[in-house]
Each structure stands twice: as C-alpha cells, then as structure tokens.
Design a protein around this ligand. Structure first.
Ligand code: ADP
Ligand code: ASP
Ligand code: MG
Length: 466
C-alpha cells in the first residue's frame, strides 16, 4: 500500500491562513494516502531555544515569561480554527501542559545548567508536539480522518542531544505505528524534528530537521513520494533572499540536491536526500502558498536534465584553517596525521584544498576549534580566517562542460577567491570568498549562469558563457 509523505515547514503552519491552506492541500491529496509531518509554528523553535539560553543564564522566570506570547498565539489560532468545543478544549489543555512542563524545566536548568542538553531537547520538542496536535485537530475540523502520532514513539535515535541520529529500529517502529492507520484509511500526522532514545528520552535531529524526519518516514513506508511543502516554489537557482529573481529548477538529481542542501540551500535539510536515495523515492519541493505553481522534482540522475548547471548555493559563517609545513614536501603520512587531529576533536571539514606545502580546510561549526588548535600547531604553522562564505555552483553539466571553471571565475575576478575545488563530486564547483562580498559574487554568478541566456530557449546551458 503506497503512501505519500507531505511535510509542511514552519511558515506553512505559522497562522490560521497557513494551516487552512495546508489542510486544504492535504484534503485534496487524501486518495494518495498522505502521511503528514509538520514543523513547529514558524519562529517558535527560535523562541524556545532563546528561552533555554535565558534559563542557562539563571533567569528561569524571564525564560518562561518570554514564551507567553507564543502560547497566546497557539491559543488564538485554536480559537479561530477549532470550532468544535471538545477539540478546542483538548488543544487548550495541551498548551497548558506544555507551559507548566516547560516552566519546571526552565527552573531545573537555571539551578543546574549542566543538565541542559537533554532538557533543551525536551523543551524544544514542544514546538512540533503542539503544532502536530493543532494540525491534526484542524484536519479533523476540515473533515479529514486524521490521527495524531507522537513522533517520539517511532523515530528512535542515539543520545546526541540537538543533533540525534535515527537508529535502524526506527523503520520498523514507523511501520508498526503508521501502517495500521493507513489501512484504516486514517491520515497520520506527526511532528518532524523530534525523536527519542531507546530509554524514551526526547531528542531533536538538528535545526531544519523536519525535512529529514519526512524522508525517514518516507523510506520506512516505501512511500510513492516525499513532498516538502515550504514558502517558495521549489528549489530555486539561488537563495531568493540574495537573488530576488532566482527561479524554480524543475528537475534535479539526488546528487545535485544533496550538494545544494549541504552547501547551504536552506530549503532542504542536508540529510533529507539519503533516505530517498536508499529507496529510490522521488522528493518534490512545493509552495504551500501557491500549490498549483510547479515546484522541483528530485529524482535519480538518469532522469534529471544532465547537461545543465542548476543552481548556486552558499553558506556563510565559514572559518578556514590553513596549515603550512615544509615537512609535507614529498612526505607521506602528513595528511593522515592532519585529518586524525580533526577526527580526534570531532570537527567536521567541508572543503579541502592542498598545495605543495600547505593544506586549507573549511569548517562550519567552530565550537571544537580552540581545543584542536594546539594539536594542529604541532604539524605546522596555522592560519585562521573567519567570516568566509562557501559558494557552490552545482549541476550535472559541470561534468561535461570543459572550461567552465575559467568562465565562471572570470565574472568574479576582482573578488578575492580562495580554496577553489572542482570536480571532487563532479557536480560541484566550490570556492571561498569573504562574507562581505558574497552577495555580490552570487548575484554576478547567477547573472552569468542563468540570466544572460534568458533570451535563449535552452535552460542554463553553460555554453552561453563562452
Ligand atoms: P521551511 O520552514 O518550510 O522548512 P525553510 O526556511 O527551512 O522553510 O526553507 C525555505 C527557505 O530557504 C526559503 O524561504 C529561502 O529563503 C531559503 N533558500 C535558500 N536557498 C534556497 C534555494 N536555492 N531555493 C529555495 N529556497 C532557498
Ligand atoms: N522546527 C525546527 C527548526 O526550526 C525543525 C524544522 O522546522 O524543520 O529548526
Ligand atoms: Mg526548513
């Protein structure tokens, strides 16, 4: 029995209009056996995380008070959306429970900040816990036979709080929980982003992780399609906040989508694609505000317009580390030692470039950097540069387009570009620029890759760069 996973992000459930829209989209799809995954109401996760910071700083009262407007917002939405008294009362009571539980947790954190990692996840999970109950009630109100499922009973993870990884037993738990509901023609609704350890302690999968939850559910159920409903019309040729005239990419390969997500296209969580690849499930990204506008379909390479460059992604706040050592010259074992240092300190590296006597590496999360530096300095002279931006031009067409690097870089030749890396993935051309000049570089790259050929019929064919 095939199902369709439909994930709605924070802006797609942020207010009454958004939730009504989402319910309308789900209702229309009811024959394709939807399984609904929802994010917290837009902005609520940020507020919950800020409240935890306040509690860690010792201000439990302030932390709890800071969430009052958010609870009021949930209640106001329920007031307008849930006309059935019993249903409304049940949700009002869930909000009340969340408020008092969170207040207790704030007090514990303020008194013992070391306990914060699991308690932070416990608090933050209320975002998705409440939104999934609200959407279930709204669907019921709209005449859909919806059932709430607590994601914590089926997404089973390790205990890395804030960035937990689902464990193999998750697939079985999802099937056991959800398939009987589908058989009974019910529409299961679960919160994304949240899970629990084998011992039942709440965990979260990392910011933006509801996309990942949707993919995990889709893979476990062998879904027909995983749909990501968001606030833009699919994956665009660049971040629309930087390039307002970025346009929808109709079709992408899994590898292209994975690279774009990994290198900063926020529209998809980077871990979303792997579960889809594992089960060959198409992923569709659509606009919940304009459901009829075509979105992006992400499928295996063979079906995905191979001859073209598809998009430009970027990621700000990158730090680069350069290690220079004459000992590298003609020596073996140096790179192994270097990477062992990063391994030992569990610091993830994104891009690596090497020259004869130096290696440059880029890192996103610098929390482990301070401890790592002394070990690195034993290997050579270390230089750190902060506030860099990784820019990636992505497309299967990079494989088949000779001279592409020279043509792309010629349009940003007055901007200092470092760590150029071409061909490692063969669908990705990556470089590093200063954050202050990133928007300018992206705008120019977008123009040369996607706008100058607008007058021509062939979409994004890089030969136009010649
Ligand atoms: P949701 O809450 O639905 O998960 P997100 O905010 O996580 O939505 O992701 C959608 C946002 O991603 C868009 O509003 C857009 O600003 C941003 N974005 C960045 N790069 C891209 C891109 N290449 N294509 C589409 N959106 C992008
Ligand atoms: N609500 C979570 C976040 O804001 C997860 C998600 O929206 O995907 O990060
Ligand atoms: Mg998101």
């Amino acid at each position: 029995m095939t199902s369709t996973v439909m994930k709605f992000g924070g802006t797609s459930v942020e207010d009454v209009t958004a939730i009504r829209n989402a319910a309308g989209i789900i209702k229309l799809a009811v024959n394709s056996r939807p399984v609904v995954v929802v994010s917290a109401l837009g902005g609520f996760t940020n507020s919950l995380l800020r409240s935890v910071e306040m509690a860690i700083d010792g201000d439990a009262r302030g932390a709890s008070k800071s969430l009052e407007t958010e609870f009021a917002r949930h209640l106001a939405i329920a007031e307008e959306l849930l006309l059935n008294n019993e249903r409304r009362a049940a949700f009002v009571s869930a909000v009340g429970d969340a408020r008092s539980k969170i207040r207790q947790l704030h007090k514990i954190i303020a008194a013992h900040p070391v306990t914060s990692p699991p308690l932070q996840d416990e608090i933050v999970a209320y975002g998705e816990h409440l939104s999934s109950q609200l959407v279930t009630a709204a669907l019921t109100e709209a005449g859909v036979n919806a059932r709430h499922v607590d994601a914590r009973s089926c997404i089973k993870t390790d205990d890395v709080y804030g960035a937990a990884t689902p464990q193999p037993e998750t697939a079985g738990a999802i099937s056991a929980e959800i398939e009987p509901l589908l058989t009974a023609a019910k529409v299961p609704v679960l919160g994304g982003f949240i899970g629990s350890t084998a011992r039942g302690v709440t965990t979260t999968l990392g910011r933006g992780g509801s996309d990942y939850s949707a993919a995990i559910v889709g893979a476990a159920l062998n879904a027909r399609e995983i749909q990501i409903w968001t606030d833009v019309s699919g994956v665009l040729t660049a971040d629309p906040r930087i390039v307002p005239n970025a346009r929808t990419i109709p079709i992408l390969s899994y590898q292209e989508a994975a690279e774009l997500a990994y290198f900063g296209a926020k529209v998809l969580h980077p871990k979303t694609i792997q579960p889809a690849i594992d089960k060959s499930i198409p992923v569709r990204v659509c606009n919940s505000r304009a459901p009829r506008q075509g979105g992006t379909l992400i499928v295996a390479e063979s079906r995905a317009a191979p001859q073209t460059v598809k998009a430009i992604a970027h990621k700000n706040g990158i730090t680069t580390v350069q290690v220079t050592s004459a000992r590298m010259l003609g020596a073996y074992g140096f790179l192994r030692k270097l990477f062992e240092v990063f391994d030992d300190h569990r610091v993830a590296v994104d891009v690596v470039t090497t020259s004869e006597v130096s290696v440059s590496l880029s890192i996103d999360d610098t929390s482990g950097l301070e401890n790592l530096l002394p070990d690195l300095e034993e290997l050579g002279m270390v230089q750190i540069e902060e506030n860099r931006t990784i820019i990636s031009v992505v497309g299967e067409g990079l494989r088949s387009t000779p001279g592409i690097a020279a043509r792309v870089f010629s349009v940003i030749d007055d901007i200092n570009v470092t760590m150029i890396s071409v061909g490692a993935s063969s669908v990705n051309l990556t470089c590093m620029v200063d954050e202050a000049r990133a928007a300018e570089a992206i705008t120019r790259l977008h123009r040369v890759c996607f706008e100058e050929e607008e007058r021509k019929p062939v979409s994004a064919d890089l030969t136009v760069l010649a």
